[in-house]
Write a protein that binds this ligand. Sequence first.
Ligand SMILES: [Fe+2]
Length: 223
Amino acid sequence: MFSLAGVDCLQRGPRNIMHYFTNVTETESYKLMEAKLTREQANELLHKYVKGEHYITHSYAVEAIMRGLAKRLAPDDVEYWGICGLLHDLDEETCPWREDMATHGPTSAKILRDEGFGDPVMENAIMAHNPQCGKNPETTLEYALIAADPMSGFVKAIAQIYPDKKVASVKHKSVNKRYKETRFAAGANRQFMMLIEKTGISWDEFIDIALESMREIADQIGL
Ligand SMILES: [Fe+2]
């Protein structure tokens, strides 16, 4: 199940192996990191570093989608995937991303380490959601996060078209229709959203998972 590059990587140590193996091995790797940071601690960290309501609700939406994806891709790590989503923009109000986009991601990783929650798997996932920082997505978790991030904003943008502005009003076919309109919610990176297919989940499944996951917490995210 691995390429020559994977064999090469095997010789460099266990940390890299998970990037090249099947989902099962990858999931087992996450378990090694389990329980370092609880959801409650993660939520406290989020509120310590992020004050803007928009960023908080965005973080909850990405957390919900990540949990939905984990139920399919890594059922033993639903909480862990959710926390990665919850904290993916932890440095949004701390790093100077407007001047230097490469700081977005590594700054979150530094915050986690400084707070005593250093975790290479989580740090890599957070950095890989912004490849401009120099980290490209490679694992299932990393592909899920980079896809979930723009998807949450995209679904929100569609919901806001409806009179009630509710995610409950968003239909599967509306997501497909708006996806093709490149000028609609142009900030939602279509290429990143489509990276979901690297996880084995189809685009159509992804739409259903995102809608269902965001509907479950609609009150919390004002949708
Ligand atoms: Fe984000």
